[in-house]
Design a protein. Structure first.
Ligand SMILES: [Zn+2]
Length: 400
C-alpha cells in the first residue's frame, strides 16, 4: 500500500487489518473482491478482516453493486462516526482546533487569536487546552471516542523519547510541548511541523493525491516545505529536513527572522512582502491576511506594489527551481494562506521563473500547482496524524 509503514505492524493479523483499512479509506466504498484485488490478500483473509472490522463497528455494510451476472457484491465502508480525530494548527496569528469524524467531515471548531509578535508557550498551551475542551463540548463527543490529536507546529519537531519543538523565529528552544500539554489532556498526541501536516493533507486528499511524490510549499508569514513520497515525509535525523524558507537566495540580503540574512523567507514570506511594499504602519493596522489581500487588489494601479509582487514571483520561482533540481518532484504544490493568495495572481510568473532557474529535464517532469484544500489544510493535515495511527492498527476499540 502506498501509505503504509510496514515497520509499525507487528503481526500478520494486524498487517492484514491495516492493509484493508488503508485500502478502504482511500477507495470508499469497496467490495471484499475490490479489497482483495487492491491489497493482494486472499479472499478468505479479507473476509476474516472484514468480519472483525464489522464486529468492532469500524466498518459497515452500505449497499451492493452488480457483478457481471453473478451475485451482487456487498459494499463496505468506514463507519464515519465510529470515532473522531482532532487537528490543531499553532499558526502565526491564531490557534485553530478542529474536530473531525472518520470521513474527515468537520464536527466542531475553535479559534483563538495570537499576537504575531508573541508566541509565549504558556499562552499557546492554554489556548490548545481550551480548544480541545470546546470542540468536544460543541461536537457532543465523548473523549473516549477520540482516536487522537494531531498538532501542527511552526518549527522543527524533534521526535524523540520526549517531543521537543525548536521554533527559532519565535524563540522556542527545545520546548517540551507534549509534556506541557499532558497536564491538560489524556488524549493521544502527535506532533509535526505545520508544513509537513499541510503536505500530508494535500498528498492524501488534495493536489498531491494522484502523484507518487511531491514537494509541498507553505507560504504564510513564514515559509516552509515538506518532501513527500509513498513512504511519507522525509524528515532527516533531527526532523529539520526541508527548512526551505531558510535557504539563502541572496548573499548579504535582507535580514531574516531566524537571525540570518538573505533567506527565501525574507523575500517571499507575507511579513517580508508587506515590509518590502513599505507598509510597516499598515502592518499594525490590520491582520496580515487582510493586508496581503488588499495589496494584491491594488497591484494593477500601483507600480510599486506590482514591482514588489513581480520580484516575489521571481524569488519564489528561484526557490521552487532549487527544489526541482534537488528533489526531482512530480509535483510542486503551493499552499498556505499567503501562497494561495499570491498564486491566484502570480502562478504563471512563478512557473516561468522556476523554469528559468531549473534544469530542463527535471522541470519538464514537474508540474507546479496550487493546493486544493485551502488555508485550513494545516489543521486538516494535523488531524491525519492520529488517522494514520488508526489505519496502521494502533487504535484498539474500547469496551463499549
Ligand atoms: Zn531565515
Amino acid at each position: 500500500m502506498l501509505y503504509r509503514r510496514r515497520g509499525t505492524v507487528r503481526d500478520l493479523r494486524r498487517e492484514n487489518r491495516a492493509a484493508v483499512l488503508w485500502s478502504l479509506y482511500f477507495s470508499r466504498p469497496g467490495s471484499r473482491q475490490d479489497l482483495s484485488a487492491a491489497t493482494g490478500l486472499s479472499p478468505a483473509s479479507v473476509t476474516n478482516v472484514a468480519r472483525e472490522l464489522l464486529g468492532d463497528g469500524i466498518v459497515a455494510e452500505v449497499g451492493s453493486e452488480d457483478s457481471d451476472g453473478g451475485r451482487p457484491r456487498v459494499l463496505l465502508d468506514i463507519n464515519p462516526d465510529y470515532g473522531y480525530v482532532i487537528g490543531v494548527d499553532i499558526g502565526e496569528t491564531r490557534i485553530r482546533v478542529e474536530l473531525f469524524n472518520l470521513a474527515m467531515a468537520e464536527r466542531a471548531k475553535a479559534e483563538y487569536p495570537l499576537d504575531p509578535a508573541e508566541h509565549e508557550v504558556d499562552v499557546v498551551v492554554r489556548d490548545i487546552a481550551a480548544g480541545l475542551r470546546a470542540v468536544l463540548t460543541d461536537g457532543g463527543v465523548d473523549p473516549a471516542a477520540v482516536l487522537g490529536v494531531g498538532i501542527g507546529v511552526p518549527g522543527i519537531v524533534e521526535q524523540g523519547p520526549e517531543v521537543l519543538v525548536y521554533g527559532q523565529t519565535y524563540g522556542w528552544d527545545a520546548v517540551p510541548l507534549e509534556r506541557l500539554l499532558r497536564a491538560h489532556t489524556d488524549l493521544p498526541l502527535r506532533f509535526e511541523n505545520c508544513a509537513k501536516t499541510m503536505g500530508q493533507a494535500e498528498f492524501w486528499f488534495g493536489a498531491g493525491r494522484c502523484v507518487g511524490n511531491a514537494a509541498v510549499v507553505l507560504i504564510g508569514s513564514g515559509v516552509g516545505a515538506s518532501l513527500i513520497s509513498g513512504r511519507g515525509s522525509y524528515r532527516g535525523p533531527t526532523s529539520s529536513a526541508a527548512e526551505w524558507g531558510h535557504t539563502t537566495i541572496v548573499v548579504g540580503g535582507r535580514r531574516c527572522r531566524c537571525g540570518s540574512a538573505g533567506c527565501l523567507e525574507a523575500y517571499v514570506g507575507a511579513e517580508a512582502i508587506l515590509d518590502r511594499c513599505g507598509s510597516p504602519a499598515a502592518l499594525s493596522a490590520g491582520d496580515e491576511e487582510s493586508m496581503l489581500a488588499a495589496l494584491l487588489a491594488v497591484a494593477d494601479s500601483s507600480p510599486t506594489t506590482d514591482a514588489v509582487l513581480a520580484e516575489t514571483a521571481e524569488y519564489l520561482g528561484v526557490g521552487i527551481g532549487n527544489l526541482i533540481n534537488l528533489f526531482n518532484p512530480e509535483r510542486v504544490i503551493l499552499g498556505g494562506w499567503a501562497g494561495l493568495l499570491l498564486g491566484g495572481r502570480l502562478l504563471p510568473a512563478i512557473r516561468e521563473s522556476a523554469q528559468r532557474h531549473s534544469l530542463r529535464h527535471p522541470f519538464a517532469a514537474a508540474s507546479i500547482e496550487l493546493g486544493q484544500l485551502g488555508p485550513e489544510a494545516v489543521t486538516f493535515g494535523a488531524a491525519t496524524l492520529p488517522m494514520e495511527d488508526f489505519l496502521n492498527g494502533a487504535w484498539r476499540p474500547p469496551l463499549r
